[in-house]
Design a protein around this ligand. Structure first.
Ligand SMILES: Cc1ncc(COP(=O)(O)O)c(C=O)c1O
Length: 360
């Protein structure tokens, strides 16, 4: 564990439940204090939020701050329902997609109700399983990141599929996800945190399946990682159950107003996500020219492995040049770097730095 993080979360004290004492805690990507760095390590959007967001933020009234917020964020629910072709009753607002994951673990899992998910994937899932003291059934993807057939027969209370998957960006088809939803006895939570950069999404499955929850994040496609906002899409009964579990005021008044403004500006959203997708195509081609193996990605990051140099060495040498990418050193991800797609200029600087490092 990196020094700054272990000092923040502290050491074992004996006061906590046993599973809390044992869990290492989720290790977020490094957030450098300097702003003059190239930060491609936590999949933020390289473009600012919509100008409509900044306007709403500037006009927040003192009265809005004085009062408690709408507990279910109806302003956002209505806007998100329209964008996704569903009803406001199909939407629950969350304090980031991570809040929905916590709510889902609390709602569906305990010592006798396991969670299942394919691996490698988002490294928060096993941490939440340990916090909830539930068994985590990890089913390995094959080398092509196809959905493992065994996932359907785990008897888990909650099955999570990250789609596009992190940290490689693969996309499982809607038909495959529909078959999984159809065959599972428990809940299927489809983590679509990165779907804004893909060509399709699974929101339509909510109409047909009463066991599907879609997770969406406003951190990536809408450039609001600092605001903390996400939402669930599911059938009204599931949403009503999840609302019982969430904190009473899990989203604040400013965040609801800002997130609603962001999702209403679909023109700006399409322009910026298209720019990221175009830059991703170029970045993949440039990395392959430098003899990196890079699978196709449907997200705003790519997973890259050099045929000629260790990932740990490249990572360190990039930091010397004030360029941050993510290096996990975890099973299934050894020797790979996850690189968020930046602006064209940031990606060019990364490629120049890699050329230098590989020729040293
Ligand atoms: C796969 C995945 N799901 C969910 C989230 C949660 O995102 P947020 O809480 O910022 O909305 C993230 C964040 O990085 C993620 O990578």
């Amino acid at each position: 564990m990196v020094e700054w993080f272990s000092s923040v979360i502290g050491m074992s004290m004996g006061y906590f439940r046993k599973n809390i004492e044992k869990v290492k805690g989720y290790e977020p990507g490094f957030q450098p204090k300097e702003t003059d760095v190239i930060k491609l390590n936590t999949n933020e959007n390289p473009y600012p939020p919509s100008p409509a967001v900044m306007k709403v933020l500037a006009e927040i009234s003192t009265e809005r701050l004085r009062r408690y917020p709408d507990p279910i964020g109806n302003e956002f629910r209505q806007a998100a329902a329209e964008v996704n072709g569903v009803q406001p009753e199909n939407i629950m607002c969350c304090n980031g997609g991570d809040d929905l994951l916590t709510i889902a673990f609390r709602a569906f899992c305990d010592e006798s109700r396991p969670v299942a998910y394919p691996v490698p994937t988002y490294s928060l899932y096993p941490v939440l399983a340990k916090l909830q003291n539930c068994n985590a059934i990890e089913v390995p993807f094959d080398d092509e990141f196809n959905l493992p057939a065994k996932l359907v027969s785990t008897d888990a209370a909650l099955t999570i599929v990250c789609n596009p998957n992190a940290p490689n960006g693969s996309f499982t088809s809607i038909d495959e996800m529909a078959s999984l939803a159809d065959e599972l006895f428990g809940i299927l939570l489809i983590d679509e945190a990165y779907v804004d950069f893909a060509e399709a999404n699974c929101a339509g499955l909510v109409k047909e399946y009463d066991n599907v929850i879609i997770l969406r994040s406003m951190s990536k496609g809408y450039s609001l990682a600092g605001m903390r906002f996400g939402y669930a899409i599911a059938q009204p009964d599931l949403i009503a159950g999840l609302i019982k579990v969430k904190d009473s005021y899990n989203v604040d008044a400013v965040a609801v107003a800002v997130a609603a403004a962001a999702i209403k500006d679909q023109k700006y959203f399409s322009e910026t996500t298209e720019k990221v997708k175009k830059a991703r195509g170029l970045l993949v081609a440039q990395l392959r020219d430098l003899e990196f193996e890079v699978p196709e990605s449907c997200a705003n990051f790519v997973l890259a492995q050099s045929k000629n140099c260790k990932a740990s060495k490249i990572y360190d040498k990039l930091i010397e040049r004030r360029i941050y990418v993510r290096y996990f050193n975890l099973p299934g991800l050894n020797d790979k770097l996850r690189i968020s797609v930046g602006t064209g200029e940031q990606n060019d600087k990364l490629i120049s730095a890699l050329k230098e490092i590989l020729s040293e």
